[in-house]
Ligand binder design. Structure first.
Ligand code: ADP
Ligand code: ADP
Length: 222
């Protein structure tokens, strides 16, 4: 089935006297092996949408479906578990831990399970993203593109159905960004669903589909 879907999602922020409708009835679905780019100007609702897809926040109304199951039926602990097992995250600013090696950074999302295989899997993933010769390097010894590839490996360690990426090329030059996007395309070919949120038009060249948010309303671009 469809791994991740938003159905008629409204997200409203109430801060004191003011109410902001950040998403106004968004329908969105991503399939396994599909790479979808979400674009839109600042303030259009992209971060809000990503936070809902990532189970980091809950909608005001509408449904967030994981393999057809409404995440609203989960309590906080179940939502956290579902996020860990089901969704990988990649950020513009990498969020790697400087005190840890590349391999240790990649194993971080498994610490809750104390998985004895995690280290070997992390090494495999780092090899897959072309960093087999950087396993014991720390983030400060890596370039921006290498750091983002470590982050991609980390996002895959729990074999998620979906990887969500927030401006993954935002801190990278064009060539490095291209290499990172090629990694996302490979991730997709392994059957993972990839959703990026970005201002970078380069991303759209690698995406199967492009959707645009404008003032909380979504539409298909391509
Ligand atoms: P984008 O990521 O496209 O810049 P956001 O999702 O961050 O857009 O924001 C969409 C709208 O919701 C904006 O008007 C923003 O000011 C508002 N917004 C976002 N987060 C909050 C919040 N926590 N409280 C109040 N308003 C918010
Ligand atoms: P950047 O601007 O570098 O892409 P942000 O700090 O704006 O990253 O974070 C993007 C979104 O990801 C935020 O809305 C935040 O809620 C979420 N986020 C940030 N750090 C984490 C984290 N460690 N785990 C899960 N979600 C996070």
């Amino acid at each position: 089935g469809t791994p991740l879907e938003l159905v008629d999602v409204v997200k409203q922020y109430d801060s004191g006297a003011e109410t902001v409708r950040a998403l106004k009835g968004v329908d969105f679905a991503v399939e396994r092996g599909e790479f979808v780019s979400v674009i839109g100007p600042s303030g259009s609702g992209k971060s809000t949408m990503l936070n809902l897809l990532g189970l980091l926040d809950v909608p005001t109304s509408g449904e967030v479906l994981l393999d057809g199951v409404d995440a609203a039926t989960y309590d906080d602990a179940e939502r956290t578990d579902a996020r860990r097992e089901y969704i990988g995250f990649v950020f513009q600013s990498f969020y790697l831990i400087d005190a840890l090696t590349a391999t240790e950074n990649v194993t971080l999302p498994t610490v809750y399970e104390r998985d004895p295989e995690a280290r070997a899997r992390a090494e495999d993933l780092l090899e897959r993203v072309g960093l087999g010769d950087r396993l014991d390097h720390r983030p400060t010894q890596l370039s921006g593109g290498q750091k983002q590839r470590v982050a991609i490996a980390r996002s895959l360690i729990n074999e998620p159905a979906v990887v969500l990426a927030d401006e993954p090329t935002g801190n990278l030059d064009q060539d490095t960004g291209t290499a990172v996007l090629e990694e996302f395309a490979d991730v997709c070919e392994q059957g993972v669903a990839v959703v990026t949120v970005t201002h970078d038009p380069l991303v759209n060249e690698f995406a199967d589909r492009v959707v645009e948010l404008t003032d909380g309303v979504i539409r298909d671009v391509r």
